[in-house]
Design a protein around this ligand. Structure first.
Ligand SMILES: [Zn+2]
Length: 136
């Protein structure tokens, strides 16, 4: 019993540490840009152009912003802004990954807490004898 509980505490401690690191990381995130940075090559369609032989034009850069129920909005990104947008956008994706991981850790911590509760209810029941007390 006690070893089960200390094992559960140990597991929860590791998860809380990991969650804390992710929270600190996310809390310190700087400026960011949402969406996805796309690099597109294209054919222009002009007769005789090299692109018809496979030498495509580009790359051209776009920031794709999802719109619920609609096609994504595509914002052209000038070449001299690509590096900046790429790093601001990477920060956004890092942040989102941290959020997802934090939610998953919360679920794991919650199930460990429920397991601790079950263990402690079992111990509590062993300490008292009350008529009508349901089994642990
Ligand atoms: Zn062309």
């Amino acid at each position: 019993m006690t070893t089960d509980i200390s094992r559960l505490r140990q597991q929860a401690g590791k998860l809380k540490k990991r969650r804390g690191e992710l929270e600190d990381h996310a809390l310190r995130a700087g400026a960011m840009v949402r969406g996805s940075l796309l690099e597109l090559m294209r054919k222009c369609g002009k007769p005789g152009c090299k692109c018809l032989r496979g030498e495509l034009h580009g790359p051209n850069y776009y920031l794709s912003l999802p719109k619920p129920g609609k096609r994504s909005r595509m914002i052209p990104v000038p070449r001299d802004r690509v590096k900046t947008i790429r790093s601001l956008n990477a920060r956004y994706h890092d942040f989102q990954h941290a959020m997802t991981e934090i939610r998953r850790l919360n679920e794991e911590i919650e199930s460990l807490l429920l397991a601790v509760r079950e263990e402690q209810l079992g111990l509590g029941k062993g300490k008292v004898e009350l008529p009508g007390l349901p089994p642990a």
